[in-house]
Design a protein around this ligand. Structure first.
Ligand SMILES: [Cu+2]
Length: 166
């Protein structure tokens, strides 16, 4: 930070303030080159059913970043998953040990791109209207704290996966 002048710092501070007040409305979270847009989860019928969390990662930078892991006090385990449909039409989820790449100058969708964050071992079922915090850890941008909205949205066909195998 020492390479910035006081004037530059105060401009950045007011900019950060503007951005944070905007994000309260738009429900997104920015850090460095990344914006996490509208993180949400589907309600679950019980605590034993894993819950999927979706959001978009907008990378405004010139370099790729990578979502390495996520954590929340609401779940014992948090995994990064990808849903793939086999030739037989069976949906299967695989764990992404290498994380999820947030490509430079692109939007990586955790909603339609079959990627999701899976919460396993919930402390209680997720109910529509609830909000809870989660930490997303990126290789370059570090930790980003987000608030997940639990929303009862219409399922897309490819999201209807049997999670009981976890
Ligand atoms: Cu999953």
């Amino acid at each position: 930070m020492n390479k910035y002048s006081i004037v530059e710092l105060s401009i950045m501070a007011s900019l950060a303030l503007t951005l944070s007040s905007l994000s309260a409305i738009a429900h997104d979270y920015a850090k460095k080159d990344l914006v996490i847009d509208h993180p949400w989860a589907r309600p679950t019928h019980s605590a034993v059913v894993p819950a999927a969390v979706y959001f978009e990662i907008v990378n405004k930078g010139a370099e790729n970043d990578r979502l390495l892991s996520a954590s929340t006090e609401r779940a014992k385990h948090v995994e990064l998953h990808k849903t793939e449909i086999s030739d037989e039409g069976v949906a299967r989820m695989s764990m992404l040990k290498e994380g999820i790449v947030a490509t430079a100058n692109e939007k990586t969708s955790m909603e339609t791109g079959a990627y999701h964050v899976m919460l396993i071992g919930l402390d209680a079922r997720l109910q529509a209207g609830e909000k809870f915090p989660m930490t997303l850890t990126f290789e370059k941008s570090g930790d980003i704290e987000v608030i997940i909205n639990v929303e009862d949205r219409q399922s897309k066909a490819k999201d209807r996966v049997d999670h009981t195998g976890h």
